[in-house]
Design a binder for this molecule. Structure first.
Ligand SMILES: *Cc1c(COP(=O)(O)O)cnc(C)c1O
Ligand SMILES: [Zn+2]
Length: 452
């Protein structure tokens, strides 16, 4: 069977464009492009055939199908040669039962999808493997592409720099100076990217990178480029797969530029179209209150949309005021009966700490998602009997500054109710015994208090 895909206008204008051409917008209306697939060809295999194929490929050694993305190659990017694929075997991230946290909030079927447990520490790897592989094939075809560039709140640039280094393609990353974590800054530096730290915010970097890439020899890797969405859409498919092809009731996801939620929806809708599932989960988008244009638009029933000036937030990867994939995301939220919730700095930091106390290690964006979950449960929108999946987007170890700030009580607008600073003591056995006894007594009293 021949499978194929092409770019087409998100808003429905006529015209198909090769994915190996340098094009980001519809020539007719200026809207974004999406990758479309030949769904008739895909339907020919039938749901049972796809399930069997995907299950067989999980962790196979046959290149490149052991990757969570490339195991679904026919649905992602069928027209690429396996020889041009740059993969670090991304995907297949763990989905685990958050028993203790679920018990605390009265949702016994609570699950965490750790999509940040990936090669560069965030879900951005899922999309970058597709984009960089396509560029590698374009260069092999003789297209004059000298480098790949992106504006980033930290994780996109880390993924781009890494996959480009593996592909031996130069990368250029535009970062808002002083607004990404130390780990996120050092990642592209270590991977040999040209790192441009600009004295502006993400939206300012985005404006400049779009101008720099307009002349076509530098390829744009931001999520207005929908190749990344094709890889990222596997996260929803993988969640369903990990529940033995059963659909959860809710998926909670932290959002900024709105590429990831668009991708999540796209994957789930394709599964439904091809008959692998018969119903859809609902989606809850979580925004930081300091950068909440989607939340505001949701309050108007998506009738209005105003970009906002994003304010500084601990959830730095979603500090975005003018999300590029707004139209795509609204389309998905309408089809998946979505809701949008927001979280203050105190709420996101507190939620991340509560997650950590139950055995997670949450990045601030996962904190935003958990805070939104807590509010939606309190309001009865998410029910105690629902099966809920929270998508954790980055590895907590990338955000040591956030954790140190929380536990030393130095974060602005954050009360640090669960701060747990180290106890400094002289090396004296009696002092140590006293400190242990004090702490264990305190915990046992608190537990007894809770039980009564
Ligand atoms: C990129 C990113 C997001 C937001 O994804 P969008 O596609 O921009 O909505 C959330 N969390 C983390 C950690 C990210 O890196
Ligand atoms: Zn168009």
């Amino acid at each position: 069977m021949e499978y194929s895909c092409w770019f087409a206008c998100t808003r429905g204008c006529e015209g198909r464009y090769s994915i190996f051409g340098v094009i980001y917008r519809c020539p007719k209306c200026g809207g974004l492009l999406d990758v479309q697939h030949d769904t008739d060809a895909l339907k020919a295999r039938g749901p049972a055939g796809w399930i069997q194929l995907f299950d067989r490929r999980v962790r196979t050694n046959e290149w490149p199908y052991g990757s969570g993305v490339w195991g679904k190659k026919e649905w992602v990017c069928p027209s690429i040669d396996n020889d041009n694929i740059i993969s670090m075997y991304e995907g297949h991230t763990n989905l685990f039962w958050a028993e203790r946290l679920g018990k605390e909030i009265g949702v016994s079927d609570l699950w965490i999808k750790l999509s940040g447990n990936s090669h560069t520490g965030s879900f951005k790897d899922l999309g970058m493997t597709v984009l960089v592989s396509v560029v590698r094939q374009m260069r092999a075809m003789g297209r004059p592409i000298r480098a790949i560039a992106c504006a980033s709140t930290g994780d996109t640039s880390a993924a781009l720099a890494c996959y480009c280094a593996a592909a031996d393609i130069p990368s250029i990353v535009f970062l808002p100076k002083g607004k990404v974590s130390t780990a996120q800054l050092i990642q592209p530096i270590a991977n040999g990217a040209l790192v441009l730290a600009l004295d502006t915010d993400f939206d300012g970097c985005m404006r400049i990178v779009q101008e720099v890439t307009a002349e076509n020899t530098i390829y744009l890797a931001n999520s207005m480029n929908s190749l990344r969405i094709e890889g990222q859409k596997t996260v929803g498919i993988e969640i369903v797969e990990q529940f033995d092809w059963e659909v959860p009731d809710w998926i909670v996801i932290p959002v900024g530029n709105l590429g990831n939620v668009s991708a999540l929806g796209k994957g789930l809708l394709l599964m439904k179209e091809l008959g692998l599932i018969t119903r859809l989960p609902r989606i809850a988008c979580a925004q930081a209150a300091k950068a909440n244009p989607l939340y505001r638009s949701y309050q108007t029933g998506f009738q209005e949309f105003q970009p906002v000036q994003a304010e500084q937030t601990l959830a730095s990867a979603i500090q975005i005021g003018n999300p590029v994939s707004y139209e795509r995301a609204v389309k998905v939220l309408r089809q998946l009966d979505g809701v949008v919730e927001q979280a203050t700095e105190d709420e996101l930091a507190d939620a991340a700490a509560r997650g950590d106390r139950t055995g997670m290690y949450c990045c601030p964006h996962t904190g935003v998602a958990l805070a939104a979950l807590f509010k939606l449960v309190d309001r009865g929108v998410i029910k105690g009997s629902d099966r809920v999946v929270v998508i954790s987007t980055a590895h907590g170890l990338k955000f040591t500054d956030f954790k140190v700030g929380y536990h030393s009580g130095t974060l602005r607008e954050v009360a640090s109710r669960h701060a747990n600073p180290p106890v400094e003591l002289a090396p004296d056995v009696q002092l140590v015994r006293d400190a242990i006894a004090r702490e264990l007594d305190r915990r046992e009293a608190a537990a007894a208090n809770c039980a009564t």
